[in-house]
Design a protein around this ligand. Sequence first.
Ligand SMILES: *[C@@H]1O[C@H](CO)[C@@H](O)[C@H](O)[C@H]1NC(C)=O
Ligand SMILES: *[C@@H]1O[C@H](CO)[C@@H](O)[C@H](O)[C@H]1NC(C)=O
Ligand SMILES: *[C@@H]1O[C@H](CO)[C@@H](O)[C@H](O)[C@H]1NC(C)=O
Ligand SMILES: *[C@@H]1O[C@H](CO)[C@@H](O)[C@H](O)[C@H]1NC(C)=O
Ligand SMILES: *[C@@H]1O[C@H](CO)[C@@H](O)[C@H](O)[C@H]1NC(C)=O
Ligand SMILES: *[C@@H]1O[C@H](CO)[C@@H](O)[C@H](O)[C@H]1NC(C)=O
Ligand SMILES: *[C@@H]1O[C@H](CO)[C@@H](O)[C@H](O)[C@H]1NC(C)=O
Ligand SMILES: *[C@@H]1O[C@H](CO)[C@@H](O)[C@H](O)[C@H]1NC(C)=O
Ligand SMILES: *[C@@H]1O[C@H](CO)[C@@H](O)[C@H](O)[C@H]1NC(C)=O
Ligand SMILES: CC(=O)N[C@H]1CO[C@H](CO)[C@@H](O)[C@@H]1O
Length: 227
Amino acid sequence: MFSALLAVSALAASVAAQSHTSLSPAQITHVITVANNASATNGSNVFTPQVVNASLGETVLFNFTQGNHSATQSEFATPCIPAHDTNITVNGFDSGIRPAGNGTAITQLVVIMNPDIVNTTLWFYDVNTCGIGGVGVINPGNVSATLQTIDGFTRNAERLNGTGASSSSAAPSSTGGSSGSSGTSSGGGSSGSGSGGSDNTSAAAAMRVVPAAVLVLALIAGGALIV
Ligand SMILES: *[C@@H]1O[C@H](CO)[C@@H](O)[C@H](O)[C@H]1NC(C)=O
Ligand SMILES: *[C@@H]1O[C@H](CO)[C@@H](O)[C@H](O)[C@H]1NC(C)=O
Ligand SMILES: *[C@@H]1O[C@H](CO)[C@@H](O)[C@H](O)[C@H]1NC(C)=O
Ligand SMILES: *[C@@H]1O[C@H](CO)[C@@H](O)[C@H](O)[C@H]1NC(C)=O
Ligand SMILES: *[C@@H]1O[C@H](CO)[C@@H](O)[C@H](O)[C@H]1NC(C)=O
Ligand SMILES: *[C@@H]1O[C@H](CO)[C@@H](O)[C@H](O)[C@H]1NC(C)=O
Ligand SMILES: *[C@@H]1O[C@H](CO)[C@@H](O)[C@H](O)[C@H]1NC(C)=O
Ligand SMILES: *[C@@H]1O[C@H](CO)[C@@H](O)[C@H](O)[C@H]1NC(C)=O
Ligand SMILES: *[C@@H]1O[C@H](CO)[C@@H](O)[C@H](O)[C@H]1NC(C)=O
Ligand SMILES: CC(=O)N[C@H]1CO[C@H](CO)[C@@H](O)[C@@H]1O
């Protein structure tokens, strides 16, 4: 009995990174290590893991251990722009840039899965590596239904903010999104193939965000008129 309790306690400590209490959702912590940038052309290892599922009351902890990165919430169609800038009703988390000094200045950003966000897919990026695929997602959901995969998100980031962003084709790919139909984030649609980037879903999402952008511009214009 006592040893069983000890085992449960040890389990709680290992998953929750906080011991001495019982295992409840509020203490389950999913750690995403923010580090690396091993090459100047591939940011896929900035966030490890890149994909996390977190339930109500659980915590996602970004652990900035190395490099000079941010964890900034965005939207699928606009991976490298803060979510709040494309949809003014979304606050969105944003760590700001966190220079970790190669492990000498480790900091954390905690995102608690409260009721208002737990059923939302939370896409995010690193300001300094977004264009080379420094991106990730919390709760991608049923990608067979949404066709919004981490691979599709990465392609959008590289297409819109990569080094070839202005010169390469920005035409939507009809195959980009369907690669996610396997239900996993790896597979036929891995980075490289379908480099045209987007898919029907993201095109629809892009249309969806336009009104917000227009609204923002209208507000700015209004402010300028008042001034
Ligand atoms: C980036 O690196 C990851 C992991 O090594 C690899 O799976 C992926 O194919 C690479 N992407 C590109 C565009 O080179
Ligand atoms: C963050 O990373 C550092 C360095 O690897 C590690 O010592 C620390 O335990 C990590 N923090 C959490 C909450 O996982
Ligand atoms: C971190 O990145 C920001 C933005 O790119 C830059 O202004 C800053 O100088 C960088 N800091 C370090 C320590 O590299
Ligand atoms: C970062 O630290 C690791 C070990 O602490 C070391 O091996 C590596 O060379 C360092 N990198 C830089 C760029 O200083
Ligand atoms: C989230 O979605 C699940 C499944 O549809 C539902 O049971 C739950 O009430 C939702 N939670 C919130 C906070 O909206
Ligand atoms: C990505 O590109 C968009 C459009 O040019 C720009 O507004 C945004 O600031 C860029 N994001 C980053 C992280 O550089
Ligand atoms: C996250 O949940 C989805 C179903 O909602 C599942 O398909 C996927 O494999 C899960 N991913 C991870 C990393 O657990
Ligand atoms: C995911 O979506 C697909 C396509 O809409 C659907 O057939 C499947 O039942 C869904 N899976 C779950 C677990 O809801
Ligand atoms: C903005 O986000 C809210 C959820 O916070 C959503 O209901 C709404 O449809 C979004 N608006 C646009 C234009 O995407
Ligand atoms: C975007 C970014 O930070 N790229 C850096 C990744 O690492 C290489 C090699 O250290 C740098 O040259 C890049 O500037």
